[in-house]
Design a protein around this ligand. Structure first.
Ligand SMILES: Nc1nc2c(c(=O)[nH]1)N[C@H]1C(S)=C(S)[C@@H](COP(=O)(O)OP(=O)(O)OC[C@H]3O[C@@H](n4cnc5c(=O)[nH]c(N)nc54)[C@H](O)[C@@H]3O)O[C@H]1N2
Ligand SMILES: Nc1nc2c(c(=O)[nH]1)N[C@H]1C(S)=C(S)[C@@H](COP(=O)(O)OP(=O)(O)OC[C@H]3O[C@@H](n4cnc5c(=O)[nH]c(N)nc54)[C@H](O)[C@@H]3O)O[C@H]1N2
Ligand SMILES: [Mo]
Length: 754
């Protein structure tokens, strides 16, 4: 079956309506309840939804935005959090009878949406070499198979161990311990495709790759810039914080090519007035920037602020390095180029500079619109430069706020999921467990794909996620995975990565966040870290849909025992059923986690240290916060072409498709669409409704997807937008951000063909 046919949905009738100018409200409540009731009994739905983000409940598997007011509100969630919970807590199951009915060929022809809708993976399954169907396998045999395959490799570096960002701190800590005990640092993760650019820029500049604000800082800010982020869909609970800030007088500026509903207005469905009353407009100013224009914008603002002498000279003198070269370089920024690169007016630039100059407490928020660009690291550095010159780091109500994606992606990194963990961490790990971790850096996501493609890596293990669909250059990645000897997926739900497999493939079904995790009658909890470094417990309480499911920590420990043998110094057997013991080791290895078991149990959990936030201490090479100097780079649109961003609809969680409607953007019933400015459609000789091929053009050649419908949309001239993962075949593997190696998913040069 061709890619086009495969990805056709059962009912793909596109219907369009006017894009919304406000988010949430009563419709959101209705949608959440409906989604939950489609997947489970009313009693289970009530149990599941009442425990989201509750102190004694589980952390929402949706986004990483922190809970307001600690965790006291009963059930703090949003429409999209409810969808995430419903997706996981579903009572539908995928078991041996399912796999007997559906051959691998059949499953390969299904859409990702269909695969996900089949229910929770219910028992371990194996695909033997040459087999047409998955068949059941015992847990013990599965571990044995993985262990013998890994032991048969020429070197541990021939295996790749991927992690997605839902994995708990305990599981992540054990997983990296297993991988390093085995002898490799090949620990790519979803962060490589997500906020890696933020971590790279911030580490260089302020000495730590995490945001410097707490949720109270956001609420107390007087100016909040939100660049390259669509919070109404991807971080809906952030809107409540923004609304609070606004009520206290904050000014909010949205910087985005698209007029996203959540930025223009919001009704809080958890408030009576929010359900029934009028929407609060969130953004005071909307800068409809061209794709990739942010670096130019921030440099232009730098120049205007320097010219106004709106500089916190005391802060700059006391806490920063590199000011004079920065000042010299921004004074030379050509404002005409800035206007061309951004598509904004001089008046918009001046007004934004004025707002920054007036502000006493500025917060800078950003997400994928900034991080997935060729010049992403430089762009984020320039955003940070603006805060540094204004003295906006390490004081209440101000700071940098990279808004994380997966609910525990930040925690996984803290726990050592990184192909380049610093020496201090490795040394502490070695001391705690009497092992010798390898020191050679491992593969990140893009390097892992290349290694599998080139035969240098032959075993792939995925701790969650959907590597086949989430990564760039789908055809290359699928071929890379298919050339492996063994692919192993520890997963909750069926996805494309289970059907694009190595010669042998294993599905190891695991408990999700909401599931009860009992060991000999004792309930185990895990812990997670949110986007603002708050760590707390998460306890699932729903009856698992199958008695065969094992928790991620248990799976890692059992696999470790099979692979490393009974003499291995790590107490795997104990860790498998006593998570307090894991946390005791975390306390001794991970900086800032001292007394972990006690502190995660306090009411709102605890906050990890962040030297710039806590004491304006900058652990960098200069011992100060560093200004960064960058060339002015942007993304011009070649003649007859468009620049495409690939983004999320309101009805998906990354590669998990909940439904086919992007309600706020008014696109319903079909995801294979390209949103294009109507004037560009006319100029390029197309009409809305035309079916086209989309061809990406890059220095190494062309890539093509077919059967996309054109939609006229309010996006800057020359810019287009389409949904991920349907457009991932267009993203070249080697087109990555300088410095972070993050695939450039937000600026792909395309042409359209009928
Ligand atoms: N419901 C739901 N929640 C999620 C997710 C989900 O899929 N569904 N995913 C989670 C994950 S892992 C992540 S990382 C986050 C993602 O959260 P977002 O970063 O909000 O996700 P995207 O849909 O990729 O949206 C990127 C935004 O950037 C804008 N943009 C694109 N290019 C540019 C540019 O050049 N400049 C500027 N200024 N803006 C640009 C787009 O118009 C869009 O509004 O959400 C997390 N939360
Ligand atoms: N073109 C393009 N590509 C992108 C992006 C983009 O904006 N554009 N965004 C990138 C970003 S920001 C990210 S973070 C990545 C996401 O990449 P991934 O994290 O790899 O992808 P997900 O779709 O979040 O993974 C979903 C799968 O995770 C499994 N899962 C869910 N919960 C659990 C759990 O609790 N435990 C286990 N073991 N498995 C679980 C389920 O089987 C589910 O099918 O994609 C990246 N790819
Ligand atoms: Mo992400």
């Amino acid at each position: 079956m061709t890619r086009r046919a495969r990805e056709q949905y059962d009912e793909d009738t596109l219907s369009l309506s006017k894009p919304r100018t406000k988010a949430a409200g009563v419709e959101a409540v209705a949608v959440s309840l409906n989604r939950a009731l489609e997947q489970m009994s009313p009693l289970r739905a009530a149990r599941a939804l009442s425990r989201v983000n509750h102190r004694h409940g589980f952390d929402c598997p949706g986004c990483a935005w922190p809970e307001e007011n600690g965790r006291r509100r009963p059930a703090e969630f949003c429409e999209n959090g409810a969808k995430a919970v419903a997706e996981e807590a579903t009572q539908r199951v995928v078991d041996r009878s399912f796999f007997a009915r559906h051959s691998l060929d059949d499953l390969r022809g299904r859409s990702g949406y269909w695969l996900g809708q089949q229910g929770r993976l219910a028992e371990p399954m194996v695909l033997r070499p040459g087999a047409t169907h998955y068949e059941p396998i015992s847990w013990e045999d599965a571990y044995g198979l993985v262990a013998s395959s890994l032991r048969g490799l020429g070197s541990p570096d021939e295996a790749v161990f991927y992690t997605s960002g839902r994995t708990s701190n305990e599981a992540a800590f054990l997983y990296q311990l297993l991988v390093r005990s085995f002898g490799t640092n090949n620990l790519p993760d979803c962060s490589n495709m997500c906020h890696e650019s933020s971590g790279t820029a911030l580490t260089e500049q302020i000495g730590i790759g995490k945001g410097s604000v707490s949720i109270d800082d956001v609420a107390d800010a007087d100016l909040i810039l939100i660049a390259g982020q669509n919070p109404g869909t991807n971080h809906p609970r952030m809107l409540a914080t923004l609304e609070k800030a606004k009520a206290r007088g904050a000014r909010i500026i949205a910087i985005n090519p698209l007029p996203e509903a959540g930025l223009l207005g919001f009704k809080d469905p958890q408030k009576v007035g929010g359900v029934l009353g009028h929407a609060t407009p969130i953004a005071d100013e909307f800068l409809q920037i061209r794709i990739g224009g942010d670096l130019a914008l921030f440099q232009g603002l730098g120049r205007l602020l320097v010219e106004r002498d709106a500089v916190d000279h005391d802060f700059v003198a006391a806490h920063t390095a590199g000011w004079s070269s920065y000042e010299e370089s921004v004074r030379k920024v050509d404002l005409d180029t800035v206007l061309e690169a951004t598509g904004l007016t001089m008046q918009q630039l001046e007004e934004t500079a004025d707002a920054l100059a007036r502000s006493e407490r500025t917060v800078a928020c950003w997400a994928m619109g900034l991080t997935q660009q060729r010049h992403a690291v430089a762009t984020i550095a320039e955003f940070t430069n603006l805060l540094l010159m204004r003295g906006m780091i390490g004081k209440p109500g101000a700071g940098v706020c990279p808004v994380r994606g997966h609910s525990n992606v930040q925690g996984d990194r803290t726990m050592g999921i990184f192909e380049r963990m610093p020496e201090a961490f490795l040394a502490a790990l070695d001391a705690e467990f009497s092992i010798t971790s390898p020191r050679v850096h491992g593969f990140d996501t893009v390097a892992a794909i290349r290694a599998m493609r080139d035969g240098q890596a032959r075993v792939f293990v995925g701790m969650g996620g959907n590597f086949a669909s989430a990564t760039p250059d789908t055809e290359v990645t699928e071929a890379a995975l298919s050339s492996c000897e063994l692919t192993v997926q520890v997963s909750t739900k069926l996805n494309r990565s289970h059907v694009v497999t190595g010669r042998t493939a294993l599905i190891l079904p695991t408990l999700g966040r909401s599931d009860s995790d009992l060991h000999d009658g004792t309930r185990q909890s895990v812990s997670v870290e949110d986007s603002m470094s708050m760590v707390h417990l998460s306890t699932g309480r729903l009856e698992p849909v199958s008695s065969q499911l094992r928790s991620e920590p248990t799976i890692v420990c059992e696999l470790a025992e099979a692979l490393l043998g009974p003499e291995h110094p790590v107490p795997w057997a104990r860790f498998a059923h006593d998570y307090d013991a894991i946390r005791d080791s975390i306390a001794r290895v991970v900086p800032g986690c001292e007394d972990y078991n006690r502190r995660v149990r306090t009411k709102n959990g605890f906050q990890l240290p962040h030297p710039p936030r806590d004491s304006r201490t900058f652990v960098t090479l200069t011992g100060k916060a560093n200004f960064a100097v960058n060339d002015l780079e942007w993304v011009p649109v070649p003649e007859g072409r468009l620049v495409l961003q690939t983004m999320r609809s309101h009805d998906q969680y990354n590669t998990t498709i909940y439904g086919l409607d992007d309600r706020y953007r008014g696109v319903k019933g079909d995801r294979r669409v390209v949103l294009v400015n109507p004037a560009d459609l006319a100029e390029l000789g197309f009409a809305a409704g035309d079916t086209v091929d989309v061809i990406s053009e890059w220095e190494d050649g062309e890539r093509r997807v077919s059967g996309f419908t054109l939609v006229g949309y309010d996006t800057p001239r020359g810019n287009a937008a389409a949904y991920y993962p349907e457009t991932n075949p267009l993203v070249p593997l080697d087109h990555t951000a300088r410095g972070s190696n993050t695939p450039v998913s937000k600026a792909i040069v395309i042409r359209l063909e009928r």
